[in-house]
Design a protein around this ligand. Structure first.
Ligand SMILES: [Zn+2]
Length: 277
């Protein structure tokens, strides 16, 4: 039985003025001129003249004019084109987004730069509410992911929750090894616990297969944590909230959906154990 099968009263949707106001006013952060985080480079790419020592013609990021690309500078310039093109192609989008957000999808994924959820889904700003962290680990007591999930489910009324892992995940690779990593060690602990529980299986596989299997097991573990939250269980029952497990192949750009069917007994047990009023 799929989790969606628990839906009893579709149509009930939690709403809040918070949802209406959440995206209406952008937050701006002014950095002092002396801040080490502020760039001293000009914002226009054509004015950027790096020293000859910085230019390496064999570097794939060196452009045809011999200037080494700087993604931040490029991004600021490209943003103007993107904003203009998007406003032209979708004239209603920005005016609509300025009044609030109503995303259908909550995306819980990895911070990896190769996994841009809205782009890989081919969707638009306003479509996906996002929490990403290293190796898409759902710590049961994590305030950050917990607040995102609660807000998305109770106030934004998302229809889908996605936990997405990906191939070639550095966090998973780290958890498959035994190198001391400082602050990352407590963060990766749930992954190591999954590794411990599935050690025999993982040791029977090649390194590459084992890493991919741990990615999948981590997604399943994340889904288990997410569906232990009372707000999620209530939304599944009351309005048919669906949860999904995906794996993104960074080498092809293709998403694969995991089979997360479970028994009716398993669902009943979770409801009894975790649902609160
Ligand atoms: Zn990752």
């Amino acid at each position: 039985m799929n989790l969606a099968g628990l839906a009893a009263r579709p149509g009930l949707m939690a709403r809040s003025v918070l949802a209406h106001n959440a995206a209406s006013r952008p937050l701006t952060l002014s950095l002092p001129r002396a801040s080490p985080f502020a760039t001293s480079a000009p914002l226009s790419c054509k004015n950027h003249k790096p020293s000859s020592a910085a230019v390496d013609a064999s570097d794939p990021e060196t452009n045809r004019a011999g200037l080494r690309a700087d993604k931040y500078t490029d991004g600021l310039r490209l943003n103007k084109d993107w904003a203009a093109n998007t406003a032209r192609d979708h004239p209603e989008l920005f005016p609509t987004l300025a009044t609030g957000q109503k995303p259908q999808i909550l995306w819980l994924g990895c911070s990896d730069s190769r996994c841009p959820e809205t782009s890989m889904l081919g969707l638009q700003p306003g479509d996906v509410f996002v929490h990403r962290n290293i190796a898409n680990i759902m710590h049961p007591g994590d305030l950050s992911s917990g607040a995102v999930i609660e807000y998305a489910v109770k106030y934004l009324g998302v229809k889908h929750i996605v936990v997405c892992g990906h191939t070639s995940c550095g966090g998973v690779a780290a958890a498959m090894g035994n190198k001391e990593l400082g602050i990352l060690d407590p963060w990766l602990l749930p992954l190591r616990q999954v590794r411990e529980r599935n050690l025999s299986l993982l040791q029977s596989l090649s390194d590459e297969e084992a890493a991919l299997k741990l990615v999948e097991l981590n997604v399943r573990e994340g889904l288990s944590v997410v569906t232990q939250k009372s707000a999620v269980l209530n939304a599944i029952q009351e309005r048919g909230l669906q949860v999904h497990g995906l794996i993104y192949d960074v080498a092809s750009g293709v998403l694969r959906e995991l089979d997360i069917q479970e028994t009716e007994d398993s669902l009943k047990h979770r409801l009894l154990a975790f649902k609160t009023e």
